[in-house]
Design a protein around this ligand. Structure first.
Ligand code: IPD
Ligand code: CA
Ligand code: CA
Length: 255
């Protein structure tokens, strides 16, 4: 499984890297929700590749899949996480693949070919960046934490007041907030101990399917905004180094 996943995202990464500095053909799926020919090219490549390599797994891709049931064995794929970054040549872009069985992640990879960062995790076997083990931070004080968040296309319009209220609380209770623009990599940066915590509302399964396992296998915690088990139906995801998790939720919810 590991070699199949890594070889697949590395081949897909060659497509992304080749197009990164080229002029792009951009379409709008929604308000500031972009898709490019490269998103479609990578998804098509990965669909064919995994059909050959993992024929027992259903392919669920952001750009072409209509059946979003995850009950059977499936690969949940975001061909380019951070398409806006890709279009504007901001190098925080990830190819994300989560391998799921019975609704649970069993393996995951996120590859940023521009910064040459390959994240991999398998349940019970740890999380890795370019082959070296990674672990969440040991930061115990939220006021000394570097946090991250995002503002999903469309979700912002409907929830602007709540999003700004959360941002105001976080800004007053941390060292700072980063909005880097690729949720899968935001989660990987929690796993490697760069971000001490991350939260975002309105994400889709392919944004987080791989990152949640990478955070957990790096010793971090993933929950919904109530601190309960996160599922794809939850409005918010919260990820952290586990130590600041409850305090992060208290700050976000104004408890
Ligand atoms: C987006 C990124 C962004 C998040 C958006 C996602 P995409 O993914 O993950 O960080 O805030 O909600 O849609 O659309 O570039 O694959
Ligand atoms: Ca995405
Ligand atoms: Ca995408």
């Amino acid at each position: 499984m590991k070699d199949i996943l890594i070889n697949g995202v590395k081949k897909a990464g060659e497509i992304l890297k080749e197009d990164f500095y080229r002029p792009k053909t951009v379409s709008n799926k929604g308000v500031a929700d972009l898709v490019t020919e490269t998103d479609l090219k990578i998804e098509e490549f990965l669909k064919k590749y995994f059909y050959k390599q993992l024929p027992d797994y259903k392919f669920v891709g952001e750009e072409t899949s209509l059946d979003l049931s995850f009950k059977e064995k499936c690969l949940i794929v975001d061909p380019i996480d951070g398409t806006t970054n890709f279009v504007h040549r901001f190098p925080f872009v990830g190819i994300s693949v989560g391998v799921y069985e019975n609704l649970n992640p069993v393996a995951a990879t996120v590859f940023n070919p521009i910064m040459d960062e390959l994240y991999y995790a398998e349940v019970g076997k740890g999380a890795f960046l370019n082959g070296s083990r990674i672990f969440v931070s040991t930061q115990s004080k939220i006021e000394n934490s570097l946090l991250a968040t995002g503002f999903p296309y469309g979700f912002v319009e409907k929830n602007k007041k709540d999003i700004l209220a959360k941002l105001e609380k976080i800004l007053s209770n941390s060292r700072g907030v980063r909005r880097a623009g690729a949720a899968s990599l935001d989660l990987c940066y929690v796993a490697r101990g760069v971000f001490d915590g991350y939260y975002e509302g309105g994400l889709k399964p392919w944004d987080v399917a791989a990152g949640v396992l990478i955070v957990s296998e790096a010793g971090g915690k993933i929950s919904n905004m109530n601190g309960g088990n996160f599922s794809f139906e939850d409005e918010y995801i919260v990820a952290s180094n586990k130590i600041i998790h409850n305090e992060l939720i208290e700050v976000l919810c104004g408890i």
